[in-house]
Structure formats: structure tokens, C-alpha cells
Design a protein around this ligand. Structure first.
Ligand SMILES: *Cc1c(COP(=O)(O)O)cnc(C)c1O
Length: 287
């Protein structure tokens, strides 16, 4: 097994005249990278001799869906994925996560999820909001602690945008630094509830958004900050989480005395999902 399922590099960047470090989890293994590689690492590393199939559900363009398809291919398991609906355009023009997950042998099912499964099925809830995620996220935390020690950084804030909040929560559990996040999928109350489902205390700090955003919708300011990040740092960030993440974290830094600590931004991958988003953005704003 190649080593690069873990231990991603940390780079220093300058964005809008401010210095940041970026943990490049987008540069883990080319097929199994980013947030979902960390969350599903437990299933990659361990053997489950009685399991023949993984079952999950969610949207037809999700990063979790793609990463599970890779996992099932590597582990020689079947993969059934349930969706409410597949847009007819996507069916006729497969792209991004959907296309590559199908190539990996995913059985996509546009129907209700069964309520009972055979004993040989491993069920994984939407977006990988599972306790087993702590296994891979503890490794991520250890890489950050090691790096901070090596570079004699003892005052660090770690930022990452949240979906289910699983990653931010477990990072806070294993890191001796403050972890900050913002809500990208639901609102702040949803995120707090998600944290509470996994752990009762020691939650990350939630930076509130300035306005309501709906997950997967297009916003001009998202497109602008995505392009600006690409131009200034030469790093491609994801549209669904990172654009809002950067907007929130910059606003937060503008409001406080930020000379007293270093910032580490976690790049959680998701670039495969950018293919279809980029087409939609270009179509809308690059006329
Ligand atoms: C899944 C995902 C997230 C959200 O992770 P949670 O643990 O659900 O908060 C953020 N960024 C990317 C790129 C993702 O794929």
C-alpha cells in the first residue's frame, strides 16, 4: 500500500497580504484523498472478512460517494448507493464524482433505502458522519502536532469548513489548539446538534456566517474568492465548502488581533466535484 494515504504536506501561502499555512489533504493519494480519505481510513486499514458490500446514501455528486466507490474497489466489495433523485442532465452527461464512482463499479439506486440489511452489509451514514472517522482524524491531528513542534509553533488556530462537522469535532478532540469552523450544509444550529450527537463537550468554535447560504447553490462571491485564491496561491480550492470557509475565516481574522497566533487552513480535497460546479459557474458568470 503506498504511504500517501496519510502524511500530507503543509505549505505556507499568502492570501490578501496575510500569511497562512495550508494542510494539503488534497494531495494525498490521487484516488483516495481529502476529508473522506481521512474519515474512511479506518475501513481501508482494517479487514472485515464478513463484509461483502457497503451501502450508503446521499446526493449523486457527493465526495463521500466517490471515496466509498474507491474504497470498495480497493477492498473488492460491492457498493450500493441510494439517491433520492439523479438529474436527467447528469444521467445523460455523467461527470465528476458521479462518473468516476460509476467507473469504479458503484450500483446507484434511485429508490428508498431498505430498512434492514443482511449481516454481510456495512452501512455508512450520509457524508461519513460516523464514530469510526475518529481513527483517521486522530492521525491527521498527530501530523499537525508533529509539524507544529518541529516548527516551534505553540500558538496555532486551525480552521476548516464543515458539512456534518465530524472532522472539525474530532480534530478538536485530538488537538491542543483551538479549532474553528463554519456551517456549509445546514445552519449553525444544525452543526451544533451534529457535534452533540458525537461528543457532549469540547466542541470547535463556530464562526457564524454573515448571511444564509444554501448548499450547492451558486454565489458570485464564491466564484470570485475561488478564482482569487487560485490566482494568488496557485491552489485550487473546492467550491462547496472552501469558498464559504475562506470568506468566514477572513472576516473573523479582520475582527480580532491576529498577530498573536498562526493560522492553519485544512484543505479537505473535493476537487473532483469542482468539474461540474466550474461549468455551472462559467455558464452563469462568464458570459
Ligand atoms: C465532506 C467534506 C467536508 C465536510 O466534512 P464534515 O466532516 O462532514 O464536516 C468538507 N470539505 C470537503 C471537500 C468534503 O468533501
Amino acid at each position: 500500500m503506498p504511504m500517501n494515504y496519510t502524511n500530507s504536506p503543509i505549505e505556507q501561502i499568502t492570501f490578501n497580504n496575510r500569511k497562512y499555512f495550508v494542510k494539503r489533504d488534497d494531495l494525498l493519494h490521487k484516488d483516495f484523498s481529502g476529508n473522506k480519505a481521512r474519515k474512511f481510513f479506518y475501513f481501508l486499514k482494517n479487514d472485515f472478512p464478513n463484509i461483502k458490500k457497503i451501502v450508503s446514501f446521499g446526493s449523486a455528486q457527493s465526495n463521500a460517494m466517490y471515496s466509498l466507490s474507491v474504497l470498495c474497489k480497493l477492498k473488492d466489495l460491492k457498493f450500493d448507493y441510494y439517491v433520492d433523485h439523479i438529474a436527467s442532465f447528469l444521467k445523460e452527461n455523467p461527470s465528476g464524482n458521479y462518473k468516476y464512482a460509476l467507473d469504479n463499479g458503484m450500483n446507484i439506486k434511485e429508490q428508498e433505502i431498505p430498512t434492514i440489511f443482511n449481516d454481510d452489509v456495512l452501512f455508512i451514514s450520509e457524508g461519513g458522519a460516523i464514530k469510526e472517522a475518529c481513527f483517521g482524524i486522530e492521525i491527521l491531528a498527530k501530523e499537525i502536532i508533529f509539524w507544529a513542534k518541529e516548527n516551534k509553533i505553540d500558538n496555532l488556530k486551525v480552521f476548516l469548513p464543515s458539512g456534518t462537522g465530524t472532522t472539525a469535532l474530532y480534530l478538536q478532540k485530538y488537538l491542543p489548539f483551538e479549532v474553528l469552523t463554519c456551517a456549509c450544509v445546514g445552519d449553525e444550529d444544525y452543526l451544533e446538534k451534529q457535534f452533540n450527537m458525537l461528543e457532549k463537550s469540547n466542541h470547535p468554535t463556530i464562526i457564524r456566517r454573515q448571511k444564509k447560504y444554501h448548499f450547492g447553490k451558486l454565489y458570485k462571491e464564491f466564484y470570485e474568492i475561488h478564482n482569487e485564491l487560485l490566482k494568488q496561491t496557485n491552489i485550487e480550492f473546492d467550491f462547496l465548502y472552501d469558498c464559504l470557509g475562506w470568506i468566514c475565516y477572513e472576516k473573523y481574522l479582520n475582527k480580532i488581533d491576529n498577530d498573536t497566533f498562526e493560522s492553519l487552513y485544512i484543505h479537505q480535497g473535493g476537487i473532483l466535484g469542482n468539474i461540474s460546479m466550474n461549468e455551472r459557474y462559467k455558464h452563469k458568470y462568464n458570459k
